[in-house]
Design a binder for this molecule. Structure first.
Ligand SMILES: Nc1ncnc2c1ncn2[C@@H]1O[C@H](COP(=O)(O)OP(=O)(O)OP(=O)(O)O)[C@@H](O)[C@H]1O
Ligand code: SF4
Ligand SMILES: [Mg+2]
Length: 334
């Protein structure tokens, strides 16, 4: 049994229009994946694909009108879907923690770094302020913050982007979690700082036998730091598998497009614009949701493709997933 098991998760945005008719945007459409101890799983996919929504659904941090309508999230064999806030809080912030996508806004601007680290510990266990302070300073040193005692007294606005991100990692780790979810943990930081922070995460996962899930726009980060990856499109995982295998032998046309896009092309067109606009979540096409953008689409693609195992823990959701080294121009038109 894996540490985290997400199974058939459906998260919808449910609202009413002006005529009081029900409107449903299908944000997640049956997301399933697992994360084991010692693993770093990368989640990639264009903007709006549902990466953050997956993370927020796992953490029980959804805000209306988003809600989980089906599926399960098991962490350490405990079902999280349907748990009350109190029960969830025993797990969140201690065993399972998250670094959210907009880091600077998630530090409390009115509290010094040290106070935030002390508070994070005292919220979850009884520990004296002195001990919590010492543990906080130790953690700042662990995440590579020089002169940690002095930094404990700093205000968030006094920190550089890289330092603030390290403080957030320290906050996420201070209670010794077993799993960390990091949503774009290094976006906007310079390349050297990015590498330092990701190296640190990798070391922590190895040293503490933790698990991590990293959401990123950067395939280089996945290639370098992750053991497995999940590729999301329109609220579904369209391909997943060991990183090397997916890079060498991607079976889903969307993954193939993603991998063959040069950084230059992504810079010009935006990561989210490979091959066209995302489908409308209020009105997803029947059958394969990638159909309108897929150069391989055939009649059969009007029916929902099965998730097909194509190798050891490597799966793709495409009618032609069985075909290795697919050349989009080669076949299957019409
Ligand atoms: N209140 C809402 N009603 C309907 N749809 C919504 C609502 N809020 C978000 N969405 C949609 O949910 C989808 C999932 O968004 P999510 O934030 O998970 O994307 P993401 O993959 O994290 O993208 P990014 O890479 O830009 O962070 C998006 O398509 C978004 O348009
Ligand atoms: S099922 Fe069809 S449309 Fe969907 S990705 Fe595969 S080939 Fe393309
Ligand atoms: Mg996001």
């Amino acid at each position: 049994m894996s540490l985290l098991e997400v199974n058939n998760l459906h998260t919808h945005f449910v609202s009413h229009d002006l005529n009081n008719r029900l409107r449903v945007a299908k944000g997640l459409n049956g997301v399933s994946f697992e994360v084991d101890k010692g693993e770093i799983v990368g989640i990639v996919g264009e903007t709006g694909a549902g990466k953050s929504l997956t993370a927020m659904s796992i953490m029980g941090l959804l805000q209306l009108p988003a809600r989980i309508v089906e599926g399960s999230v098991r962490f350490d064999a405990n079902e999280l879907v349907g748990l009350g806030v109190e029960e969830l809080n025993k797990i969140r912030g201690t065993q399972l923690t998250m670094i959210v996508q907009s880091p600077l806004s998630s530090l409390d601007p009115l509290s010094r770094v040290g106070k935030q680290l002390v508070r994070a510990q005292q919220e979850h266990r009884s520990i004296s302020a002195d001990d919590a302070w010492r543990a906080g300073a130790d953690m700042l040193a662990t995440v590579g913050i020089p002169d940690a005692e002095r930094r404990m007294r700093a205000w968030p606005h006094e920190l550089s982007g890289g330092m603030a991100q390290r403080v957030l990692i320290a906050l996420a780790l201070i209670n010794g979690p077993r799993m960390l979810i990091a949503d774009e943990p290094t976006t906007g930081l310079d390349v050297t700082v990015q590498a330092q922070i990701l190296d640190l995460l990798r070391t922590l996962v190895a040293d503490r036998d933790m698990a991590a899930m990293i959401i990123t726009h950067d395939l280089g980060v996945v290639a370098h730091y992750c053991t497995r990856m999940c590729v999301m499109f329109a609220g579904s995982i369209v391909e997943s598998g060991p990183v090397r295998q997916v890079f060498n032998d991607a079976r889903h046309p969307y993954t193939q497009a993603l991998i063959s896009s040069t950084p230059k092309r992504i810079a010009q067109k935006g990561y989210g614009q490979i091959g066209g606009p995302p489908p409308n979540l209020y009105d997803l096409p029947l059958g394969c949701h990638y159909r309108d953008r897929c150069s391989r689409a055939a009649d059969i693609c009007h029916s929902t493709p099965p998730v097909t195992g194509v190798g050891d823990k490597h799966e793709a959701m495409c009618h032609f997933a069985d075909e290795s080294g697919a050349n989009p121009a080669a076949a299957h038109h019409g």
